[in-house]
Ligand binder design. Structure first.
Ligand code: SF4
Length: 184
C-alpha cells in the first residue's frame, strides 16, 4: 500500500506508461535493451516528489540490496561528479540497474518512463519542439506518431507544487539517481 501522498504521482505515472505503450505499439517498437542503454545515460531529475517516491521504493528493499545499491551509487558519484573538469556521462549503469533490469521499476522517475520515443513539447507562443527517439527504434524510417509530453510535464509540475507546499520544501533540485540515493 503506497502512502496517500504518492497517489497523484502514481496516477500520472500510469497515464504516462499507457500513452508510451500505445505510441510504442504504433511503431511496433519493443525495448529489448541496446548498446546505447538509456540506464547508462546521465539523467537529472527535478522534483522532490519523484525523489521521495524512488526512496520509498528503495526503503522497501532488503538491507543487503540497499547496501549494494548504495555502494554502486557512491561509485557512480565518485566517477561522475568527483572528477576535475566538467561533469559528463561516463556511461556507467544506473546504481539501481542489476543485470539490465531496473530493481525500482515501479518507482522509477518520469524521464525513465518517457525516454525512447520521438516526442514533442509545446512552449507558449512558439512552435512545438520536436525531439527524435532513441537509435534502437529506427524511428527516422517511420512516420511520426504524435507524442506530446507537455500535459505530463504540466501535471507533474502541479503535483510537485502541492507536495512542496505540504512538506514545506523549497529550492531547486537537480539530481541523478546516484545523488538521490546518497543524499537521502
Ligand atoms: S531508475 Fe531504473 S529505469 Fe531509470 S535509469 Fe535507473 S535503472 Fe534505468
Amino acid at each position: 500500500m503506497e502512502p496517500e501522498i504518492f497517489k497523484p504521482l502514481i496516477n500520472l505515472f500510469d497515464s504516462m506508461d499507457k500513452t508510451w505503450d500505445q505510441v510504442a505499439a504504433g511503431y511496433f517498437f519493443q525495448c529489448n535493451g541496446c548498446e546505447d542503454n538509456c540506464c547508462k545515460s546521465l539523467f537529472f531529475h527535478h522534483t522532490y516528489i519523484e525523489k521521495a517516491y524512488l526512496l520509498h521504493g528503495f526503503n522497501g528493499l532488503d538491507k543487503n540490496r540497499q547496501t549494494a545499491i548504495l555502494n554502486r551509487a557512491q561509485n557512480y558519484y565518485n566517477k561522475t561528479f568527483n572528477q576535475p573538469g566538467a561533469v559528463k556521462s561516463h556511461k556507467i549503469n544506473c546504481p539501481v540497474n542489476e543485470n539490465d533490469l531496473c530493481i525500482l521499476y515501479q518507482f522509477r522517475p518520469m524521464i525513465c518512463r518517457l525516454h525512447g520515443l520521438p516526442h514533442e513539447l509545446q512552449r507558449p507562443g512558439s512552435d512545438p519542439v520536436k525531439s527524435p527517439g532513441c537509435n534502437a527504434g529506427l524511428f527516422n524510417d517511420k512516420p511520426y506518431i504524435k507524442f506530446d509530453r507537455t500535459p505530463f510535464y504540466q501535471k507533474m509540475s502541479q503535483i510537485e507544487l502541492l507536495f512542496r507546499k505540504t512538506l514545506n520544501k523549497t529550492g531547486r533540485i537537480k539530481e541523478s539517481i546516484a545523488q538521490m540515493l546518497i543524499s537521502q
